[in-house]
Structures are given as C-alpha cells and as structure tokens.
Design a protein around this ligand. Sequence first.
Ligand code: GRG
Length: 289
Amino acid sequence: MLLKETIEDMRVLINRELKNTLEDEIGYQEKIVEAISYSLFAGGKRIRPILLLKSCEAFGGSYNRSMPFALAIEMIHTYSLIHDDLPSMDDDDFRRDKPTNHKVFGEAIAILAGDGLLNLAFETMLNHITQNSQCIEEYRRNTRAMNEIARYSGIYGMVGGQVVDLLSNDISMDEDKLLFMYRCKTAALIQASIVAGVILGGGSDEDIEHMRRFGLKLGLAYQIRDDILDKEEDEGMKKVTYLTYNTIDESAEKVENLSDEAIGILKLYKDKDMEFLINLTEILSGRKV
Ligand code: GRG
C-alpha cells in the first residue's frame, strides 16, 4: 500500500479508537467531554501515535498491543497544546485554524480539559495493563513503556521544557538553551512514542537506546523544520527560534544532517522492515511531501 494511504488509514483507526475511549456523556459530565473532544478531534496529524504503533510493529509487536499507549500519547500531546494556548502561557486565540479551547469553553474548563486528558492517558494505559497483561514479561513491558511516557511528559521532559521556555526571554536565551528546550518540548514526546513502541514490540535494551537516539534526532529535525516553515510569523512576533542564531541555509542543513543521522540509525537494522519509519522521517523533515 502507498505510504500516504497507510498514514491516512492509521489516522482513521486512531481517531476511531480515541472516540471509543470517551463515553457519550449527556449528564453532568457533558461539558468536559465536549471540551476534550473539541481539541482531541480538531485535526491533529497523529504523528506520535503513528510513530508508536509503527515502532512497535518494526520490533515484532501488533497494533493491539500498542494501541492504548498510542492513544495515551496523543491525549498527552493534546493536553499540552490546550494548556500551552492558555492566557497564562502562550495566550493564543487560534490553533489548527480553530479558536483555542479556552476561547470556546472558557479558561477554567480548558484547564480541566487538559487535566482530564492527562489523567485519561494514564487511565487508558492502566486499564489495558491491568486487564490484558497475559504474563509477567508482558506486564513488565507495559509498565516500562508507561514509565517512559510518564518521564518524557513530566518535569524532566515536556513540562520541564515548557518551564525553560516560560522563564526565558530573548536576552537570557542562547542557542544551547534553545536546543535544550527543543529537546524537552518537542523531541521528548517523539522519543517517548518511539521508545514505548520499541519496548512494547519486544526490542532489546540495545534497541531501545538506539531508537531513543533516533527519536531525538527526528524530534529536533521536526522542530527546526517547523521553525523554517513558521519563519515569517515568528519574526513578526519576535519569537526566538533556531533561525535567531542561524541563517535559513544553515537551518536547512541542520535539518538535513539530523534526518540523515536519524535514517542512518534505522538503516543499521538490516533484518527489520524500517521502510515506513524511514519514509516518515523523510516526510517529517520536509524531504518528501
Ligand atoms: C503546557 C506542559 C505544557 C507543554 C506545552 C507542546 C508544547 C509544550 C507547546 C506547543 C508549542 C510547540 C512549539 C510545541 C512543539 C512541538 C510541536 C511542533 C507541536 C505541534 O505538533 P504537531 O505538528 O501538531 O504534531 P498537530 O496539530 O498535528 O497535533
């Protein structure tokens, strides 16, 4: 099947599974479910769950084994976007061409929608772990994958990156700090997706570490590519990005080098089918449309 079709089919599958995790609430819980659904189904590309499912598959695991973790990572991603848009953070009115969650539901509900999604992520993983771990090995894989997702999302990962961002201004920022922030804010959830997938698929400790490096390279390439795409908008807002310290050509070269290194890691696996992940890396770093 063509790459584009596979990605589209996966999005449809992920959207369906995400819908199934939310109960149809018509009582007192209706508003929070509505607010969560608004952002969860606002057109996200589902990059992280796709990476998780495909990393698991590359190491021999099935979608059944990894789907609850894939849904959880998308829930965490969505919560982070809702909270990032709040007036106390980035104060954004629009996301994915739609009014942000707090613009539609008010700030208090938007905070709770984010909280609810973060909690739902762990409910989804724990439900699966407690109900479907068939043996001690599977239980260990599942809890280890959840542990990676928890750590990468928290103060040593995405939350930590957001704090660095909030406490920095263009004077206190420098290129090293910016790259640290990108590592935490953007690469962490991408690494969490890939590492969790490899663990669930049954990869060895060595595989996990190789793929962790793949995730870091891909995550940084994705963020710098995003900076290149948003150049004009960011300049208008005087936002500090990779392009504050590098020319557009240097930035493009950095993306190319990172994606070459990422693909190089995947190509070490001669006995595994890494074609999908190689192609996705090319798409995410702008080498392929
Ligand atoms: C509030 C704890 C907390 C963290 C917020 C995610 C985040 C941290 C900030 C959002 C802004 C930003 C620059 C994030 C970097 C990662 C990034 C490029 C997010 C967009 O991800 P995509 O492209 O978005 O996967 P879609 O819309 O497709 O889901």
